[in-house]
Design a protein around this ligand. Structure first.
Ligand SMILES: Cc1cc2nc3c(=O)[nH]c(=O)nc-3n(C[C@H](O)[C@H](O)[C@H](O)COP(=O)(O)O)c2cc1C
Length: 566
């Protein structure tokens, strides 16, 4: 098959490789070959699969892992493999030792943590104390290379299942935000393995992570203006921030990622409590920095994970409850003995994760600029008001200063063709995405109708982008606007109430091929809006709940029901 010269290079390569490298090359080539087959189709297998029953478990926060798991199950079924697909929160953990073929699709959230719905499963397998002698498995890890702990949960689940006695049938596959191709080639690889006879199924000794890292281009933007959109007397502070960002490409619906720095007050408190020398040089993840720099811009010192608190407890030799805590509080309650002990703790800590903000500007309307909307995130712990790390950091930014960021594309949350109708539900900071959509549609003269639902606490102080919204309504860019100010009357009124008031017309827009978008807080707003939409579809379309769900699923498949909720 290979010409003489290529064959010589090939032989040179394999003759000089050690065992691990050969296994890696084997896995890599397998992936390359499978990727060259049309990735989203069911692969043609040489033999009927010998395995006829598999379980696919997924752990998801925003639905990607679930979508993939469901897609894999339907492909497996076409090959007459009985594939049970189940969320990790629903999975009966006592079934695990009986499991023969298990595929796990799991994302990483927070700071390298499992999704909430996968925590029980994750904790269970980490408690050891049992073996999984029958288990053959493979893990698909979803993640994002912008996060310092890329696909950490998937890596841990893969490793732990192996420790418990499970045998890998295909190597761990890590996937970045554009996960489709890697995910499909992983599943095709799994299917190929299952098509061998049971005895022939190879066991993978070394987890080969063929990770396609897309990497994110970093940009620096100059802050042009920062305006608090709430008026005096409001309970909120919502900052509209404009950045000069020449040459940065993005589309409406995308977000930007910002890595915040820890506030000076907290850094100083930590230094004082630990007795550390702020100027001492220290190595963190192969980089030499001063203790001060490390505390300022490298490590997260807020709301440490349970795992880190446990490590802290081991180092200081004290009993600390399994809970999440700030480094400052740990140092106050369970002090370190000296600066050296402190240094051994901080080099183990997690890097600061970026925070994502939906872009509020449009490339057509705001050339060379990027706008975002950031609400000051205040919460009370033990009677003390605290401010979210990134919103606090952004709140301190000064005009003319420079800020690093990257663009996080959101391919699913896109304006449809210019003649399509769109319904946008975006209370609070959810309005950011729709300011971007409306500005773009205005600037490009799109002819589709636009309907906005916006909500906040008070009309007088919290009507974000009021002038622009009113202007778009007056000029006809906005066909309909419905506002819900929850605290302007005795009973609370939210966007979902407004949707119900206009149920008949809303359903007509959907029936006419309209697109429905929701952006903003996931809980409770995003969840309530989806429930209300289902109710409207059922009542207006005279459908059963099941039929309404199918209708919405169909819209989702057609890209006509999209969420950007957080
Ligand atoms: C708040 C947040 C934190 C995240 N943290 C990480 C992380 O630490 N490491 C990582 O690789 N990906 C991280 N991600 C990216 C997700 O894993 C990625 O978006 C994935 O596709 C989500 O899959 P899911 O919808 O199944 O949850 C994070 C995403 C969000 C929204």
């Amino acid at each position: 098959m290979l010409g003489d010269s290529k064959f010589k290079i090939f032989l040179d390569l394999i003759n000089n490789a050690n065992k691990d490298e050969l296994i890696w090359m084997n896995g890599y080539l397998n992936g390359v070959v499978l990727r060259s087959v049309a990735p989203s189709t069911v692969p043609a297998l040489n033999t009927t699969p010998a395995v006829n029953k598999i379980t696919i478990v997924y752990g998801t926060e925003t639905g990607n892992s679930k979508r993939l798991a469901a897609d894999f199950a339907s492909k497996a079924k076409q090959l007459h493999i009985n594939a049970k697909v189940i969320g990790m929160d629903q999975y009966r953990l006592t079934d695990l030792p009986k499991e023969e073929y298990l595929l796990a699709v799991i994302s990483t959230q927070g700071e390298g943590e499992p999704p909430l719905a996968a925590k029980k499963f994750y904790d269970h397998i980490h408690h050891n104390g049992f073996t999984l002698n029958k288990l053959k498995y493979s893990v698909l890890a979803l993640g994002d290379t912008s996060y310092p702990l890329y696909c950490k949960t998937g890596e841990e689940v893969d490793e732990q299942l192996n420790k418990l006695g499970g045998v890998r049938i295909a190597p761990l596959q890590k996937c970045d935000v554009e996960y489709e191709d890697d995910a499909n080639s992983w599943f095709n690889n799994v299917l190929q393995q299952l098509s061998a006879t049971k005895e022939e199924i190879p066991t993978i000794e070394v987890p080969v992570a063929v990770a396609k890292k897309t990497g994110k281009q970093k940009y620096t933007g100059k802050i042009l203006s920062i305006i608090n959109l709430n008026d005096k007397g409001s309970n909120k502070e919502t900052l509209h921030i404009e950045m000069e960002a020449d040459g940065v490409e993005y589309q409406c619906g995308d977000s930007i990622g910002i890595v915040p720095e820890n506030p000076a007050m907290i850094i100083n408190e930590i230094i004082e409590l630990s007795g550390a020398d702020a100027n001492k040089k220290i190595v963190f993840k192969n980089e030499t920095v001063t203790v001060y720099e490390l505390l300022k811009s490298k490590i997260n010192v807020i709301y440490l994970t349970e795992r880190l608190v446990k490590q802290y407890a081991e180092i200081v030799g004290q009993e600390i409850p399994a809970t999440r805590m700030n480094l400052v509080d740990l140092l106050k309650i369970y002090p370190v003995t000296d600066a050296a002990q402190f240094e051994s703790i901080i080099i183990k800590m997690n890097p600061i994760s970026p925070r994502l903000y939906t872009i509020a500007s449009s490339p057509a309307a705001h050339a060379g600029e990027i706008h975002i909307l950031v609400v000051k995130d205040e919460y009370v712990v033990d009677g003390e008001t605290r401010i979210g790390l990134c919103s606090g950091y952004v709140g301190e930014l000064q005009t003319e200063s420079h800020q690093n960021f990257f663009v996080q594309p959101n391919k699913r949350f896109r304006l449809p063709a210019q003649d399509k109708d769109i319904i946008m539900v975006g209370p609070g900071t959810g309005i950011a995405a729709f300011r971007s959509f409306l500005a773009e549609r205005d600037a490009t003269g799109a002819i589709g109708r636009n309907w906005l639902f916006f909500g906040e606490q008070h009309f007088a102080t919290d009507f974000l982008y009021q002038t622009e919204i009113q202007n778009w309504y007056e000029t006809g860019v906005l066909t309909k606007v419905n506002l819900a100010f929850s605290r302007d009357q005795k009973e609370k009124i939210y966007v979902r109430h407004k949707m119900l008031q206009h149920a008949e017309e809303l359903y007509q827009w959907l029936e006419g091929g309209g697109y429905f978008f929701v952006c903003g807080k996931k809980d409770p707003m995003g969840i309530d809006v989806e429930k209300t939409l289902l109710q409207i579809i059922a009542e207006q379309g005279k459908k059963t709940n099941e039929e309404a769900r199918k209708y919405l699923e169909q819209m989702e498949e057609e890209g006509r029901f999209e969420k950007d909720v957080y």
